[in-house]
Structures are given as structure tokens and as C-alpha cells.
Design a protein around this ligand. Structure first.
Ligand code: PGA
Length: 255
């Protein structure tokens, strides 16, 4: 199997941006700007925007995504949202383990694993984020860090469930900084992650796995990144908030 047979997925991570009214407007504009496309598109929006965005993208084939979920299906977890709640809101994809959650909200590889197992159990697709910090890249331990994050996060995930897992390689130093990994750096680490998945499962699971790059991907650099043999899509923050730029990235993935 080669890259052409893997699903190209472009996901917008809106982070904590857009009120429901603003979100509906942006989603409608993306729906029309990206009407012609040949890749999957996911909009991962704030929880309170799910209903408005779900309505705006109805019948467009664009997938509705969330940015986190808890591992329990219900209970005394003030402020949290369960996977089942997301499913009932029409969500198909959830981002887990984003570096901002690890950095600001105490997320660990172990809690990412618990959330991931629960999300898969509930039927969701997961976009699992991994990536090294700048100091770790400088120490030459990028591969080890990413391998460890992938192995712990995927603990207990079955071969069948891997069909609903996407991995996003997001070097922390490239997120929201305007500093993009070079296409060669992105491809190298995405390839290393594919190798780890092959060791954990087998080559067919690894070859079928969609691996995205994320970190300052924009309308100008998307094509070169997406053309790399191991880069099957993008997880886009800043540029996903601008309809026209996001549509250009979708077009780049559709070639
Ligand atoms: P960025 O964010 O595109 O703004 O760097 C990517 C992400 O955090 O997923």
C-alpha cells in the first residue's frame, strides 16, 4: 500500500476561538469554499460551538470534531465532557493529547491513553497528538519522545480500533510560532512514527494509518509538507480560522 491509498485528512483545530455565531459563519464559508475536494475535512471546534457548526455543515460531508473528552461516560467530573455526549451531539472525531492540554492542563501520556480508549469505545475517531519540545529536539531525542508518547497512548488499542485512529505529529516548537518543521523533518518523524506503529501492530496497520503534520501549516507551505511520502494530512490551528487559507490547504491535500 502506498500513500495514495491512505485517507488524506485536513483537520482544523479552532482551539478556544469563535462564539457559536462566529463559528457558524466560518463553517458555512468553509463549506462553500471547499465544496470541491478530494480529502476528508474535520472541524474541531469548542464544545459550545458543536450544535451551530453541526447545523452549518449539514450534508456537506465535512466531519464535526471536538478538542478533548473525558474517559468516564458520566459522573462527578465537574467541567468535563464524556465521549457519549459528543457522539450524541453529532461529533465523529476528537483531538486527544494536544500539547496545549499537556502543557497547561496536566495531561499525561497515561490520561491520554485513558481518554483514547474511552473515545474509541464510544465509536469516535481519534486524532492523537504527539510531538517533541525544542529542548528535546536539540538533545536529539525526538524519535524516542514521539515513540514513547505513541506507545503509551495506544496501550490496549486493538488492530480493528486502529482503523479509527489518526496520529498528528506536532512538534511543540512549531505550534502557533510561525516556525514550521521543514518538509524533510516532518517526513522523517512521521515515518518514524509509522515504524513504531508497525512494531506495535504490523505493516498493514502502519501503512493504512493516516499521519498528519501540525505546527504552523499554512496556505503557503502546505503543499510541500503534504507532498512528503509519510505526511497524509494536516492539523491546522491559526490558518484554519481563515476560510480562504484553510480552503487552500484542503485544495493542496486534494491534488
Ligand atoms: P498552528 O496550530 O497551526 O496554529 O501552529 C496547530 C495545532 O496546535 O494543532
Amino acid at each position: 500500500m502506498n500513500k495514495a491509498l491512505r485517507k488524506a485528512i485536513i483537520a482544523g483545530n479552532w482551539k478556544m476561538n469563535k462564539t457559536p455565531a462566529e463559528a457558524a459563519a466560518l463553517a458555512s464559508s468553509i463549506k462553500s469554499l471547499a465544496a470541491q475536494r478530494d480529502c476528508q475535512v474535520v472541524l474541531a471546534v469548542p464544545f459550545v460551538d458543536l450544535a451551530a457548526v453541526g447545523e452549518a455543515i449539514k450534508d456537506s460531508g465535512i466531519y464535526l470534531g471536538a478538542q478533548n473528552c473525558h474517559w468516564a461516560s458520566n459522573g462527578a467530573f465537574t467541567g468535563e465532557i464524556s465521549p457519549q455526549m459528543l457522539v450524541e451531539c453529532g461529533v465523529s472525531h476528537v483531538i486527544l493529547g494536544h500539547s496545549e492540554r499537556r502543557q497547561y492542563f496536566g495531561e499525561t501520556d497515561e490520561t491520554v491513553n485513558r481518554r483514547l480508549l474511552a473515545a474509541l469505545e464510544a465509536g469516535l475517531h481519534v486524532i492523537l497528538c504527539v510531538g517533541e519540545q525544542l529542548s528535546q529536539r536539540e538533545q536529539g531525542i525526538t524519535r524516542e519522545i514521539c515513540a514513547m508518547q505513541v506507545k503509551i497512548a495506544l496501550g490496549g488499542v486493538t488492530r480493528e480500533q486502529m482503523e479509527r485512529v489518526v496520529i498528528a505529529y506536532e512538534p511543540v516548537w512549531a505550534i502557533g510560532t510561525g516556525k514550521t518543521a521543514t518538509a524533510a523533518q516532518a517526513d522523517e518523524v512521521c515515518g518514524a512514527i509509522r515504524q513504531v506503529v508497525e512494531e506495535l501492530y504490523d505493516s498493514s496497520v502502519a501503512q493504512a494509518l493516516t499521519i498528519q503534520y501540525g505546527g504552523s501549516m499554512n496556505a503557503g507551505n502546505a503543499q510541500e509538507l503534504l507532498d512528503q511520502p509519510n505526511v497524509d494530512g494536516g492539523l491546522i490551528g491559526g490558518a484554519s480560522l481563515k476560510g480562504e487559507d484553510f480552503a487552500k490547504i484542503i485544495a493542496a491535500a486534494s491534488r
